[in-house]
Design a protein. Structure first.
Lengths: 554, 554
């Protein structure tokens, strides 16, 4: 059994000017204490716009601050919202890796879909698609960690070209993965994805046993196809907690917080209406509380009790096969001093009870699961290795990402390319030929300039664009002048005069050759207008400009 | 004068398994030291996918870690990329506010548009729209800080329903705003928006005087309509730095880093091609470095010197009206120990010189500017207060956000033209010069070819790019050959030999002139590496390639 503490950063109204700052600095102090007394994990949610219920909108910032106040405690994102409109997958990979770097490899990467109306409506996430968004993003982000370079993405939810997503996490292949299970069914999803289950469905220990059996059965079955490149087999349960030698005092200190937690959760996740910036969930709760009744033996009251009672409770969860207990102390109006006292006491009286022999039990579990995990990982589509280097191309990439699915047809691409070629041409030469008459260009393009240009073309020969062509091209320019370029091996040479056995003859006005090389005229247009005449391999003709440093017609 | 240090998290290849972690932990140690010796600011970039040049992809995480290791130093985002595809404005507001909370109100909020092909292409940001995205996001984010609840957004770049964006920053109405100015013209944009200018265009102190005058004149004029709800009137200049009692030792310690910084910058921001995950910018730099030449007295080499020299340099910037000097020490292969020694020495010998009377000077400045700032803030559209409560409605909100945004306007045409220009570099010439040695190019680039090329340049002269320039430019090529281009009216003529009274003299290797015209080398890179020497109007120099048909360096 491992132990964690959990933060929503709850802040019941009314607020004072310094309430949020106090909330944050108190939490950092608590975590520093939790680390010192031996808690294994601190978990931090990501929620947006859930005033009073959760002011933890940038957990990457908060956990990073906590990383420098602690030494051993693991820093858990519990969770990061994966829908692409909330967090771009590259930004998720980057922030998780960066946190792993500043913490020396202490990150656990919990994931989720978001499910409050405030968040889905705020970011425009369609509820019926968020599950597939989550699955898509998880595959994508884990590849960003493991692939070097990340080989790109093209799904209905994200398009991204190949990039080396940096930095990389300290933990290889990546930090342990988890998923938030606010519904208990999601525990099965976790198992099928080979990742940890963070259960927020406060269950009786005895319920947990069923779910744990299900989780480990599925995880070891052929249904498990890991979402990441490592399997994290763990089931954690989140409960409210407050600890005091006097159980009644523990309950007094913790009940309001636990009650508000549940009430505010229902406010945002149930059918209640919310008006941003107005009202007070706390005031509503306080007013209705008497009629909500005593929480008595309600399991939702959680772990409010004496150290002895908590040892007992933890044991029942341990026997049920739960791997981690995560406690919410900061909830509703719960007081900083009470939270610190609880952590101290729990550290002193409860934690040690479960430390004995833990490493061995965990090692035995790992050995037991190893064959199944090995088999599962073999089912996961592997890290992609790009066979050839990818050349970045900003405009094509931006256009591709901006395109609505389904992709624009090849006709549109060709038109766009031609348009671009006509507009911008090939810079210097394009500027020079632009708007000039044939006569003007011919006057300038005398024998010396022709020699220079064919020389440049020959030296600019690109075998990659030549499709294996070997042989001689003959250029008959008007007015009368003939040049050849001969390709042998990977090199090309130019010469004046006709060829003995040309593979291709291109006859055209000298001025138009200049325009083709400048990219301001398309060879296909010349061909159709009769200004360019071709003898020989026509397919080859379409590649000529490209082969010799001109623009691609495609 | 205030002082900052600046982090890109540079990491030249080859990388060891622990290189990134070492990079981060060293940086945290350095910042702790900088805070202790009295630096006022630490600035952290946000860059994505720029391997070797910048591994700082999640500055919100890094600065949050730094917040718990420091007490006084301000934590500057230098900058956060505001295009909505990279960071949703709500996520920006949340992370800035959270950092402000954990640091006790020490955040400065620098903003930017992103401009490398790696980032724009990676996230699908259309280059011609990024300026308007920035402006839109800045308005939106500052309202998220100040409005309670945020009253919603409906622009071509973002749709969002009303929500209370929490948490709120400690600093009211929000942390000081800045914008990155990689082009000096952006300093004017900063002034018109009433925000601080972070100038990365390494200028002479004397150049800075002009820009400072311009900045403060515009900021106090009716053209200033603040982007935020407070004005931040500050001009900061970023420079490489290394400090040692022996100036030669300072230069030895800092030159490689400064050189690599400039080289890698040019790699990602110039026309050079990048293949994700492949190659080594460091190896390229190291191989070409001998030919890049000594950096000599080049002011672009930055602040590498003794404490006395740095006091002198800072004084010149102070006299020029610069408010903050930001130093880059972590660059290229610069060593952690050297960086720490520099910070210590600078803190001991330089910082105290400028501390005397600073508060009074700053107070006097604030008083002087107060009327203009008051008038400017009155021009800013105020915080919106919703007359009636807004009722959340998930389905309607999701549908509204998902509706297709209005089509791109005239920018699309511009984009097509730029696409062509960038695609081909300068096409034929780019292919030709690509990968060739200086000697090879020089052999080819004889008197005949030089005449041809200067002729082409003169004929390609574009008055629209010349900013009204009239006069003569002299090009001194190495090996020995001198040419001039004279602009009169709307035409330019070339001639061989020296000019009687040149407005500008550009001296450079002949091979590099070819590369500039081909668009494969950035003139700024040449200038920084000392291969291009300029006499006369430096501002004019930055426009030369563009004037004569070469690519724009921006």
């Amino acid at each position: 059994m491992r132990f964690g503490i959990f933060y929503e950063h709850q802040l019941p109204r009314p607020w004072k000017p310094d309430s949020e700052q106090r909330l944050y600095t108190d939490a950092l102090d608590q975590i520093e204490l939790a680390d010192r007394v031996g808690f294994d994990y601190v978990w931090e949610v990501e929620h947006h716009f859930l005033e009073e219920y959760s002011h933890s909108a940038a957990p990457e910032v908060f956990l990073a601050a906590a990383s420098q106040r602690t030494t051993n405690i693991r820093l858990g994102h519990g969770i990061i919202q994966l829908p692409q409109q909330v967090n771009h997958p590259a930004r998720v990979a980057e922030r998780v890796a960066t946190l792993d770097l500043v913490s020396g490899g202490r990150v656990d990467f919990g994931t989720g879909e978001a499910s409050s109306a405030a968040e889905l409506g705020g970011f425009g996430v369609a509820r019926e698609r968020k599950r597939e968004m989550w699955q898509d993003a998880l595959d994508c982000v884990t590849r960003m960690f493991a692939e070097e370079p990340f080989a790109g993405w093209n799904s209905p939810h994200l398009r991204m070209p190949p990039r080396n997503v940096i930095p990389k996490p300290v933990q290889k292949p990546h930090p342990p993965l988890w998923v938030a299970c606010s519904r208990r069914e999601t525990i099965r999803l976790a198992a099928r994805n080979g990742i940890g289950a963070l259960s927020f469905a406060f269950v009786h220990p005895e319920d947990a046993a069923t779910w744990s059996r299900d989780y480990y059965r599925l995880l070891a079955s052929e249904e498990c196809v890991p979402a990441g490149f490592a399997v994290n087999a763990n089931l954690a349960v989140v409960l409210p907690m407050m600890c005091h030698e006097d159980p009644e005092e523990a309950r007094r200190r913790g009940a309001s917080g636990a009650g508000f937690f549940a009430y505010a959760l229902a406010h945002y996740y149930g059918p209640s209406r919310h008006e941003p910036g107005r009202g007070s969930i706390w005031a509503d709760f306080a007013a209705r509380r008497p009629s909500l009744g005593a929480r008595g033996d309600d399991p939702l009251a959680g772990a409010l009790g004496s150290p002895q009672q908590l040892v007992e409770l933890v044991r029942r969860y341990e026997e049920a096969g739960v791997d981690q207990m995560i406690f919410v102390l900061q909830a509703g109006p719960n007081r900083h001093e009470h939270i610190c006292e609880s952590l101290e006491l729990f550290g002193k009286k409860v934690l040690p009870v479960f430390a004995d022999g833990r490493e061995e039990r965990e090692r035995a579990k790992a050995e037991r699961l190893a064959p199944a995990i090995g088999a599962a990982l073999a089912r996961r589509a592997p890290v992609r290795v790009m066979a050839r280097p990818y050349q970045m191309d900003e405009d094509a990439e931006v256009a591709r990402i901006g395109r609505r699915a389904p992709a624009a047809g090849p006709g549109e691409r060709l038109r766009a390319a031609r348009k671009a070629a006509r507009r911008g041409g090939q810079g210097l030469l394009a500027r020079f030929v632009g708007g000039r008459e044939d006569r003007d260009l011919e006057r300038w393009f005398g024998p010396g300039q022709q020699r220079l240009l064919f020389g440049l073309m020959a030296r600019s020969f690109d075998p990659a664009k030549a499709g294996g062509f070997q042989g001689t091209l003959e250029f008959r320019l008007e007015p009368a002048a003939t040049w050849t370029i001969s390709v042998r091996g990977e090199r090309a040479r130019m010469a004046q005069g006709r060829a003995a056995d040309p593979a291709l003859v291109l006859a055209m006005p000298a001025a138009d050759l200049l325009r083709v090389l400048a990219g301001t005229v398309n060879p296909a247009d010349l061909l159709m207008s009769g200004k360019l005449r071709v003898e020989g391999d026509v397919t080859l003709a379409s590649r000529v400009a490209e082969m010799f440093g001109g623009p691609s017609p495609y």
